[in-house]
Unconditional design. Structure first.
Lengths: 116, 111
C-alpha cells in the first residue's frame, strides 16, 4: 500500500516553456501533498505544502507565480513550472500523507526536469 | 528554528557488519520520527517510523528513540552492499505538517 506515482519521470523542455508534473496517490486519499526540489548531491528542499481544495503554502524564497500548485482532488496534485529557465533544471519530488497514517509521507519516484 | 542534525559521513562499514546511523533534533515537541533511504538519483523510500521511546525492529533494521536526549538512531545489521545509500532522518510535529529532514548520512558497505 501507500503508493505514489509521478508523471512524467523525466522531461526536457526549451527555455520559456511551461511544464506540468502530476503526482497521484494510487491507493489512499492524500489529504496533504508536498513538493520538493533536489539539486545534485544536495538535500531535499521543501517547496510547498498543499491540502486538497486549498491554496498551497509556499516556503520562503519559492516563487508561487512561477511554481503553480493545484491539489484539486484527494488523489492528484500538480506542479506547473511556468516560463522555465535552465536554473529550474532539477529533480522534483512529491510526497503524500493521508489514509491510515496521516503523519507518514510517502514519496513519488520523482521527475527530472532539464531546461535547455 | 526546528533542526534535524545528521553526520554527513560517509560512514564506511564492511559487509556483514552493523551500521549505526544517528540523528538529533531540536524541537522537543516532535512526535513522529522516520528513517528514509535514498539511492543516488532516486527519491526517498520509507524504512522505519517510530513514535515511542525505545527500540523498534523490522528485519535487519532497528530504530531507537530517546525523547529525553532528543536522539534517534538506526541500526542496520548484517549490512549488505545494497544498503549503500544516503539515509535521511525526518521528524514531524503533528500530522499533515511537513517533515523536517536532516541532510542525510551516506553509508557505504564494502564487499
Amino acid at each position: 500500500g501507500a503508493v505514489v506515482s509521478q508523471h512524467p519521470s523525466w522531461v526536457i523542455c526549451k527555455s520559456g516553456t511551461s511544464v506540468k508534473i502530476e503526482c497521484r496517490s494510487l491507493d489512499f486519499q492524500a489529504t496533504t501533498m508536498f513538493w520538493y526540489r533536489q539539486f545534485p548531491k544536495q538535500s531535499l528542499m521543501l517547496m510547498a505544502t498543499s491540502n486538497e481544495g486549498s491554496k498551497a503554502t509556499y516556503e520562503q524564497g519559492v516563487e508561487k507565480d512561477k511554481f503553480l500548485i493545484n491539489h484539486a482532488s484527494l488523489t492528484l496534485s500538480t506542479l506547473t513550472v511556468t516560463s522555465a529557465h535552465p536554473e529550474d533544471s532539477s529533480f522534483y519530488i512529491c510526497s503524500a500523507s493521508g489514509g491510515a497514517s496521516t503523519d507518514t509521507q510517502y514519496f513519488g519516484p520523482g521527475t527530472r526536469l532539464t531546461v535547455l | 528554528q526546528k533542526e534535524v542534525e545528521q553526520n554527513s559521513g560517509p560512514l564506511s562499514v564492511p559487509e556483514g557488519a552493523i551500521a549505526s546511523l544517528n540523528c538529533t533534533y531540536s524541537d522537543r515537541g516532535s512526535q513522529s520520527f522516520f528513517w528514509y533511504r535514498q539511492y543516488s538519483g532516486k527519491s526517498p523510500e520509507l524504512i522505519m517510523s517510530i513514535y515511542s521511546n525505545g527500540d523498534k525492529e523490522d528485519g535487519r533494521f532497528t530504530a531507537q528513540l530517546n525523547k529525553a536526549s532528543q536522539y534517534v538512531s538506526l541500526l542496520i545489521r548484517d549490512s549488505q552492499p545494497s544498503d549503500s545509500a544516503t539515509y535521511l532522518c525526518a521528524v514531524s510535529g503533528q500530522a499533515g505538517t511537513a517533515l523536517i529532514f536532516g541532510k542525510g548520512t551516506t553509508l557505504s558497505v564494502s564487499s
